[in-house]
Design a protein around this ligand. Structure first.
Ligand SMILES: Nc1ncnc2c1ncn2[C@@H]1O[C@H](COP(=O)(O)OP(=O)(O)OP(=O)(O)O)[C@@H](O)[C@H]1O
Ligand SMILES: [Mg+2]
Length: 406
């Protein structure tokens, strides 16, 4: 039997035919190979670049590669944050040698492995923010019926989101997608996560990356508490007096604040008509992100969107004040985009743009502006704030769009 290569690649990507598929991934020599920062893994994972696009290749067994590919496709269909599946390559060696399969995913721009973030001995509370990102990811997956089975800090990537972090799923090998998950399965998934997190933290401590005084088990266990808190908030059934319907709006508002949208709310009135039971069904994350996108076309992450919407509201109020008449929300959003947001981003020199995503640059400029305002006693305006940020802060930040290995 002769050697055979079978490649399935989604449209819009290179065909990858110029890669040395006949060799095991570990032994490749190719101009396309690039070294990127990455988490710990059992499989060989390497990265290849085509122009400014980078792809991750993970060599595994045929069944596993295809399964993970399909799982990632399903997650993307549900609009869950996960790496983008691009294709699967299968190599059949001549004369019945071992078969190999490689999963190809798109490198997630601006995605940061946890150890990169921790290596910089980040700001206090960094670990908390990473775990919070993980908790939201896990709750979102569970709402859609996805059992992960292997959450760990290495199996997630983190993207900056207006000072917080949004977690992306990177390793779907052990995942299962069901119509819905039982409480037992969710608990089990969280148990696995807690164990993996504790293990990861112990390693970090051993290598001096996190403070000695920190208790890895307590911190890992806090993942469970945070998860339960969020899950309860998202799914709990409330019973309220029937004449106090404002509870319904409160609950909806609270869910929106958490970044979730309510698609349906089930109301059950008791037989005597005195009590009302409220249960939100189908909640989806991305409340502010969707609102911002519909008004401006900008696609950003949840906390960034919240920040930008606040800025739009402030701008709308200011317009109304100077123009003496109310400005419709849609008009204010459009004018904000043209007159505030785009000019601010345009002040960032091309060479520094890849250090942060545009909405994150805007968020950081706003923070910088607040700090300047405090210093000088008045608001210096966005132009001055951005120029000062570009001159004094941005050059000191590392390039994060494509994170090369140190
Ligand atoms: N598309 C991608 N974008 C960015 N980084 C990626 C991507 N795919 C993989 N990585 C990096 O490679 C690492 C290993 O990938 P992955 O977790 O899928 O391998 P694995 O061998 O299945 O891991 P495990 O040991 O948990 O089974 C990840 O932690 C991540 O840092
Ligand atoms: Mg992994």
């Amino acid at each position: 039997m002769s050697a055979e290569l079978q490649l399935v690649v989604r449209s819009g990507h290179p065909d990858f035919l110029d890669l040395p598929w006949a060799e095991p991934l570990e032994e490749w020599h190719s101009e396309r190979l690039v070294r990127m920062a990455r988490g710990i893994s059992r499989h060989v994972v390497r990265f290849v670049a085509y122009d400014d696009r980078v792809y991750a290749l993970k060599e595994t067994e045929a069944g596993a590669a295809e399964r993970e590919y399909r799982m990632l496709l399903a997650l993307r269909e549900e609009r869950l944050p996960a790496v983008e599946p691009v294709g699967v390559a299968r190599w059949r060696a001549p004369g019945g040698g071992p078969d190999r399969a490689t999963l190809i995913t798109r490198y997630l721009d601006y995605a940061l492995p946890y150890h990169y973030l921790l290596a910089r001995r980040g700001r206090p509370g960094l670990l908390d923010r990473l775990l919070d990102g993980g908790v939201v990811l896990m709750a979102r997956l569970h709402l859609e019926g996805f059992y992960w089975g292997d959450f760990s800090l290495s199996n997630a990537l983190f993207r900056r989101d207006a000072g917080a972090f949004i977690a992306y799923l990177v390793d779907a090998e052990t995942g299962e997608l069901r119509p819905s998950l039982s409480d037992a399965m969710r608990d089990n998934d969280v148990d696995v996560a807690v164990e993996n997190i504790a293990g990861g933290l112990i390693d970090l401590q051993a290598s001096g990356r996190i403070e000695e005084g920190l208790d890895p088990f307590a911190l890992a266990a806090s993942f469970r508490e945070r998860y339960h808190g969020l899950w309860l908030e998202l799914t709990r059934e409330d019973e309220v007096p029937a004449d106090e319907q404002w509870h319904i709006h409160r609950r909806m508002e609270r869910l929106n604040e958490l970044g979730f949208d309510v698609e349906e709310i089930a109301l059950v009135r008791s037989a005597d008509g005195e009590r009302l039971r409220i249960r939100p069904t189908l909640v989806e994350e991305g409340h502010h992100a969707r609102a911002l996108e519909s008004r401006t076309g900008l696609r950003v992450q949840e906390n960034q969107a919240r920040r930008l919407l606040n800025d739009i509201a402030a701008y709308g109020a200011w317009l109304e004040h100077v123009e003496g008449s109310p400005v419709p929300e849609a008009a204010a959003a459009y004018r904000w985009l043209r007159e505030i947001y785009e000019p601010a981003i345009a002040r960032v020199p091309e060479a520094l743009r890849s250090r942060r995503e545009p909405p994150e640059l805007f968020h950081e400029m706003l923070r910088h502006r607040d700090a300047l305002s405090e210093e000088v006693g008045h608001n210096p305006g966005n132009d001055v704030a951005m120029d000062s940020y570009v001159a004094s802060v941005l050059p000191g930040l590392p390039e994060e769009r494509l994170l090369r290995e140190d």
